[in-house]
Design a binder for this molecule. Structure first.
Ligand SMILES: [Zn+2]
Ligand SMILES: [Zn+2]
Length: 138
């Protein structure tokens, strides 16, 4: 990825600046991501807080994952675009959906599929991609 990306939600009210590489990338087929994405999985990149800068108002809601972790999803209150998520499992990091990676979205490569237990069979995933029933334990 390039070392500086600036992007925005669909309506332009929320802007995101990314300066740095993601720590990791993954597809997530959890039921929550299916709701948020409207399809079989979300494609995410994990950035440390010091490499991301969000400006503009976001709204959020929190869910408690099966693991007991608190997951917060932040979205644009006007257009509903998912902007970023946080999880108490990985403090000081943000999960950005690939749709918020701007011009570098085409360079995105997922490293794993997590929450494979709720993966939908019609949603084709590269069979060479490592899969984890729930989280990838690091
Ligand atoms: Zn918006
Ligand atoms: Zn998920």
């Amino acid at each position: 990825m390039s070392d500086f990306v600036e992007t925005s939600c669909a309506c332009g009210a929320v802007r995101v600046k990314i300066s740095g590489e993601p720590r990791t990338t993954m597809l997530c087929a959890c039921k929550d991501c299916q709701k948020a994405s409207g399809t079989g999985h979300s494609a995410l990149a994990l950035f440390s807080d010091d490499t991301t800068q969000i400006s503009g108002e976001t709204k959020s809601y929190c869910v408690t994952a099966d693991s007991g972790a608190t997951v917060e999803r932040n979205f644009c209150p006007t257009c509903g675009t998912p902007i970023f998520g946080t999880t108490s499992r990985v403090p000081a990091h943000k999960l950005l959906p690939v749709s918020m990676l701007g011009e570098v979205a085409s360079a995105y490569r997922p490293r794993s599929l997590i929450f494979a237990r709720s993966h939908l069979v019609w949603d084709h995933i590269d069979p060479d991609l490592p899969q984890f029933e729930k989280y990838k334990e690091s």
